[in-house]
Structures are given as C-alpha cells and as structure tokens.
Design a protein around this ligand. Structure first.
Ligand SMILES: Cc1cc2nc3c(=O)[nH]c(=O)nc-3n(C[C@H](O)[C@H](O)[C@H](O)COP(=O)(O)OP(=O)(O)OC[C@H]3O[C@@H](n4cnc5c(N)ncnc54)[C@H](O)[C@@H]3O)c2cc1C
Length: 416
C-alpha cells in the first residue's frame, strides 16, 4: 500500500472512497493484488469527472510499472504500458517518424484510462482513440494475464471500451501511421448553419460556443499541412489574428500554436500543450454523443434553453466522431456529433442544468461520455447500445464475483 497517490480526481470533485491505494512495480505484483482483492479498480491519471474509477476497495495505479513503448514497424503498431500518457507516447512516436491518427483535447491522460472511456478527438473521418486499439493485455479477476486482439473478432470489440470493468489493463497495442504535420486556424463568430460545412473542411474541427448567442463563438480547424488552408467564406466570421483559448478570457499561453503555423500532429491536434496545466482546472464536464444526422435539431433544442445553460457554462465544444464497432463506444455504429460542456465548478448549480440538457437531448438517443458528469436514465442509455446485453454477459464472465464493480456500474449495468 502507498500513501502518496492522489486521493482525488484531477478536477477535485471526486474524493476516492478506496480503503487502500496501491502502486505495484511489476505485473506479477499486480496479479497477486488483483487475485487477492475482493473489490478493486484501476485509476489512470484521474481526469474523469465521475465515480467510474472509484471503489470502496483497493485502488491501483499502474504508474509504477515500467513505461514501455515498443514499436512494431512491420505491423504498424505500438505497444505501450497502460499508464503512459498520450503526450509522452506522441513525443516518442514522432521522434520515430510515426503518429497516431488523432488525439483528445489534452495530452495529459493515460492511454488505458482514455481508451476505457472511449475518449475522442474530432474529425468527420476520425474515429475515437479506442478505435485505434489493436490488442489489450489485462489482468482478469482471477489474476490471470490475458491478451485479446482483433484476431479474437467480435469478442475483442467488447473488451476495448471496458469502463475498467473487465480487468486491469497492463498494455495497449495501437495502430500507428507515418508522422504528419498540421496547421491550426481559428475563426470567430461563425454562423451556426455553417457548422456542418466547417466540420467537413479540415482534418479535425471543433466549434466553441458560450450559448450566449446563436452564432458559434469560435471554430478551430486543424488542417493537414500539405493541404491548402480550408476556405472560410462565412458571412460575419473573422479570422483570429492572435492566439486564443477555448474558454473566453483565459490566457492562451497553454494552448497549442494557431495562426496557421505548421507543426507536428501531436503539437496541433490537442488544444492544450503537454507542459502546461490543461484547461481551467476549476471545472466540471459533461458530454453527450448524438447521431450526426440529429445534430441540427439537437442544437436547436439546446438553443431553446440557452438562458439556463449560459450562466453555469465556461464553454461548450462541438466535435464530430466517425462510427466504430466497439460495443460500449459512445460512437458505436453511428457517426456522431459530440456536444461537450465545460461547466463552472459548482455542482449544486450545474446539476439541475445537466438534467435540463438531458431532458432536451432525450429525443435524440444521447449516449454519455462515460468519464464525465451525467444523470441519464439507465434504461434509456442501455437502449442506445445494440450490444448492451452482450456486454452484460461479458461482465459476468470476466468478473463473476463483481470485484471490479462500482456504484456507477451497478446503476448502468445492473446484475440480473
Ligand atoms: C481538461 C480535460 C480535457 C478532456 N478532454 C477530453 C477530450 O478531448 N475528449 C474526450 O473524449 N475526453 C476528454 N476528457 C475526459 C478524459 O479523456 C477521460 O475521462 C479519460 O478517461 C481520462 O483518462 P484517465 O487516464 O485520467 O482515466 P481515469 O479518469 O483515471 O479513469 C477512467 C476510467 O478508466 C479506468 N482505467 C484507468 N486505467 C485503467 C487500467 N489500467 N485498466 C483498466 N481500467 C483503467 C478507470 O477504472 C476508470 O473507469 C477530458 C478531461 C479533462 C479533465
């Protein structure tokens, strides 16, 4: 047992209820720990905003295991230790002339933690980060070390976005591509009806709105550097002439370079630089994944309550994610519009607005971001995942005594 692991998540809104904190130095130590515990969860870098990664039993960080990064050029993959952060992996891959297809908005998150919740970036043709997983190594409830990969077919698709419920992931194999360069362009005051065209106009695109008006405050477009700058002939829109931060009024010093300056993929695809504190720190986040085709109607439904949203909002980010086949992925089987809210750090004021947002989005079959704040009805969530029942079976098979279960899992994946 160790005493120097953080007792709270990054945002500080979750105090871990664990009876003991562990940081094994070897996989064998981890296996013994898992086999001997009746209730255990893994924690990554703690960037989730809910109790998904919490337990009343043993909480285990894999940050004490060697941070291995093994490149297989023949297969076009990299196998990385679970606790390695995307930013560190990206720096290493770029030095080797390689890249990942996409990244989330911040590079500080662990690979296993991000994959477990279906973390995503943006791009009409970009799938979420979990979709790049080719294989996983995990310690299962009985302490066995098993590997599941694409060769295991459909069953593998159930293991990737696992919510930490199938075992403790020790290594992740990801697809890699040749490295590439990106230029980032920001435009202000983009008409809402131009959003779809904006999404289609560059490799990775984010719209930011404060819901204080019907225009999109900013559109950030990350374009492959060997392509021409994306067109921006939107009435009333203006190109940013100096670097900006997604949250109005915050210093852009911790943001990735803009103004069309070319740079490597990992220094442009995230919004935040690895060496700086990401985002504002004092915040809560929620995010809902909607079928892409429902996007305009869903945004209109939110526009109707923007006077409720705006007072407790720091910023709302709109992104697109391509469909994948992973059972619990928020993007499973459907191209997605992801509607993200960075709220103020005041749960009492925010939660009623979260409930209002969820009511407005209910007709559009929203799926939650598993690592953020949500209160959606469990049966409605279940109904949006065609493979939900298969995942329930997999849960029972992999964890018959429920040692990886949490209160949040019990609510959304009740035992029969
Ligand atoms: C400032 C900020 C920006 C963000 N931006 C984005 C974004 O752009 N896109 C997006 O989709 N999300 C975003 N998120 C959310 C974040 O990516 C997810 O919450 C992600 O899961 C965090 O990874 P983590 O390593 O901190 O995981 P944790 O929060 O530590 O854990 C998340 C889950 O993974 C499980 N887990 C962790 N490690 C393991 C392991 N080794 N084996 C098995 N299970 C494990 C935990 O049990 C838990 O269930 C953001 C969060 C913050 C704070």
């Amino acid at each position: 047992m160790v005493t120097d692991l953080p007792r709270r998540n990054w945002a500080g809104n979750v105090a871990y209820a664990a009876r003991a904190f562990h940081r094994p130095a070897t996989v064998d130590e981890l296996r013994r720990l898992v086999a001997g515990s009746d209730r255990i969860r893994a924690v990554g870098t703690g960037h989730s905003f809910n109790r998904l990664g919490d337990t009343t039993g043993d909480l285990v960080s894999l940050a004490g295991l060697p941070p291995t990064v093994e490149i297989d050029r023949e297969r076009g993959t990299v196998t990385v230790a679970a606790a390695v952060r995307y930013g560190d992996l990206a720096t290493r891959l770029h030095a080797e002339g390689l890249a990942l297809a996409n990244l989330a908005s911040l590079p500080h998150i662990s690979v296993a933690g991000a994959v477990s919740t279906g973390t995503h970036g943006s791009g009409d043709d970009n799938r979420n980060l979990a979709a790049a997983v080719a294989a996983l190594e995990l310690v299962t409830a009985d302490g066995e070390l098993v590997t599941v990969g694409r060769a295991d077919g459909d069953r593998f698709a159930g293991h990737v976005v696992s919510l930490g419920a199938l075992g403790v992931v020790t290594r992740v194999t990801l697809d890699v591509t040749p490295t590439f360069a990106v230029r980032q362009y920001v435009h202000r005051d983009v008409p809402a009806d131009a959003l779809d065209a904006a999404f289609a106009s560059a490799y990775s695109v984010s719209g930011f709105t404060s819901w204080r008006s019907s225009t999109i405050d900013m559109v950030w477009r990350k374009q492959l550097a060997d392509r021409p700058p994306p067109p921006a002939d939107w009435p009333g829109a203006t190109p940013a002439t100096e670097p900006v931060h997604p949250v109005p009024g915050m210093d852009p010093v911790n943001c990735t370079a803009q103004l069309g300056e070319p740079g490597p993929w990992h220094e442009r695809l995230p919004h935040f630089r690895l060496g700086f504190t990401p985002s504002s720190g004092d915040e809560l986040q929620s995010e809902y994944h909607l079928p892409r085709a429902a996007g305009p109607d869903a945004l209109a439904a939110l526009d109707a309550v923007r006077d409720r949203i705006a007072p407790v909002l720091q910023v709302c980010e709109l992104r697109t994610v391509a469909a994948d086949e992973l059972w619990l992925s928020p993007n499973s089987g459907r191209d997605t519009l992801a509607v993200h809210f960075t709220w103020v750090d005041d749960a009492a004021a925010v939660l009623p607005v979260v409930a209002e947002v969820e009511r407005r989005l209910a007709p559009f079959a929203p799926r939650p971001h598993w690592g953020k704040v949500f209160t959606l009805d469990p049966s409605a969530v279940a109904a949006t995942f065609p493979r939900y029942a298969d995942f329930l079976d997999l849960l029972v098979e992999r964890d018959p005594t429920g040692k990886f279960r949490t209160e949040l899992l019990d609510r959304y994946f009740p035992r029969g």
